[in-house]
Ligand binder design. Structure first.
Ligand code: NAD
Length: 353
């Protein structure tokens, strides 16, 4: 009898039993290889432990030396923007401008960045990333203070209008999970498009002219820079998020290509990042729910990496795209999803052979 695993593409996969032919779990003790091979569970554990060591390292390569950049949607202790700010500082950025409309965690993030990476200046602003005056202000602030801008990471976003999960109500945000389009008020569609898509439009509109400027006396002799936009695999494929979120992220992926062509000849690159299931503040409720059901180790189990992603892993792509290392990567929407979108869904088939 052969069994084929059921594979789905949504965040809620942890709650769908997967009929998968896995090596036996019991015979191998934790992280003890048998004939040099770890069990699937231990491989996952080992990968996560290795990742933790790389996240905690403070050693950079200096590849962002001299760079001035803006990051939006940054602050939560576990978030893509926060992980990116850390990585940019570790890689020697000259000045980071951080923007979030919820500044609860920004002051402590700024202090810890300054303590760990004293060579990087860090400024923060409490503002709406989808407000045109706020975007104009932060771009001008960078230009006035540093004379140049090298990258803009337009990362702020929401998945749906819902209470944010917190320590007291970790599952609050899940109440609305699974609503169909007929149950979503049109005001919610408009607000999600405003935050997720308009914020990116404004970043392109106002950062591009700033990126194009040189400032030889401040060390920028080559015009150009990088616009990095956070989309989602929900913007590429169906079944990975509610309709308003997916539509807004498809708009972001589309803007990367269109803006790249519009900015022809200016040495400005525009790329979108499309994360899969990443363990952050946004997805906290899902992870809490899985934990309550004892299925924590099933999260992300439908992608070939057999685990969820961590913000640091998305930050690595943001770093690459913001840096000169990606100087010929342009107009792309790149998935960082453990391979999830490389597959097509399939259903179990039983056959007697
Ligand atoms: N976590 C995932 O699985 C996942 C998957 C795909 C895409 N993404 C995208 O990654 C980005 C970062 O998400 P995250 O998972 O780190 O979530 P998060 O909730 O931890 O961080 C998002 C941050 O954006 C801020 N923000 C939201 N709207 C804003 C606005 N209008 N102005 C300023 N700040 C605003 C929030 O306050 C928060 O600090 C989002 O665009 C999200 O859609 C996340």
């Amino acid at each position: 009898m052969l069994r084929y695993p059921i594979r789905q593409s949504t965040d809620a996969d942890a709650f769908i039993p997967i009929t998968q032919t896995l090596p036996p779990l019991t015979t191998v003790s934790p992280l003890q290889p048998k004939d040099g091979v770890l069990s699937v569970q231990d491989t996952r554990k080992a990968a996560m432990e290795d990742l933790a060591a790389r996240i905690n390292s403070k050693k950079g390569t200096g590849r962002m030396k001299g760079k001035v950049g803006i990051i939006t949607g940054v602050g939560p202790p576990i978030g893509i923007g926060t992980a990116t700010a850390r990585l940019m500082a570790r890689e020697g950025a000259k000045h980071l401008y951080l923007l979030d409309y919820d500044d609860t965690h920004l002051p402590s993030l700024v202090s810890s960045l300054k303590a760990d990476y004293p060579g990087t200046k860090v400024s923060h602003v409490k503002a709406d990333a989808a407000s045109e005056p706020a975007v104009v202000d932060i771009v001008n602030q960078a230009l006035n203070e540093e004379g140049h801008l090298d990258f803009f990471f337009a990362n702020a976003g929401i998945s749906q209008l819902r209470p944010k999960a917190d320590a007291n109500a970790p599952l609050a945000g899940l109440v609305q999970l699974g609503r169909k389009t007929g149950e979503i008020p049109h005001e919610e569609f408009t607000e999600i498009m405003r935050i997720n898509a308009l914020s990116v439009f404004l970043a392109i509109k106002h950062a591009a002219p700033a990126l194009a400027k040189v400032a030889p006396s401040k060390g920028k002799t080559v015009p150009g820079g990088s616009l990095v936009l956070t989309a989602s695999i929900a913007g590429l494929k169906a079944n990975a998020g509610p309709l308003p979120y997916s539509a807004s992220k498809a708009a972001v992926a589309s803007m990367a290509g269109t803006a790249a062509y519009e900015l022809i000849g200016q040495n400005i690159r525009v790329n979108a990042i499309c994360p899969g299931l990443i363990q952050t503040d946004m997805t906290k409720g899902l992870f809490e729910l899985a934990k309550m059901g004892g299925k924590e180790d099933k999260m992300g189990g439908i992608n070939p990496m057999n685990r969820q992603g961590l913000p640091f892993e998305v930050a690595q792509l943001a770093l690459f795209l913001a840096s000169d290392d990606s100087s010929y990567v342009n107009g792309q929407a790149l998935a960082v999803d453990g391979g999830l979108t490389a597959s097509v869904p399939y259903v179990p088939i039983r056959a007697r052979l």
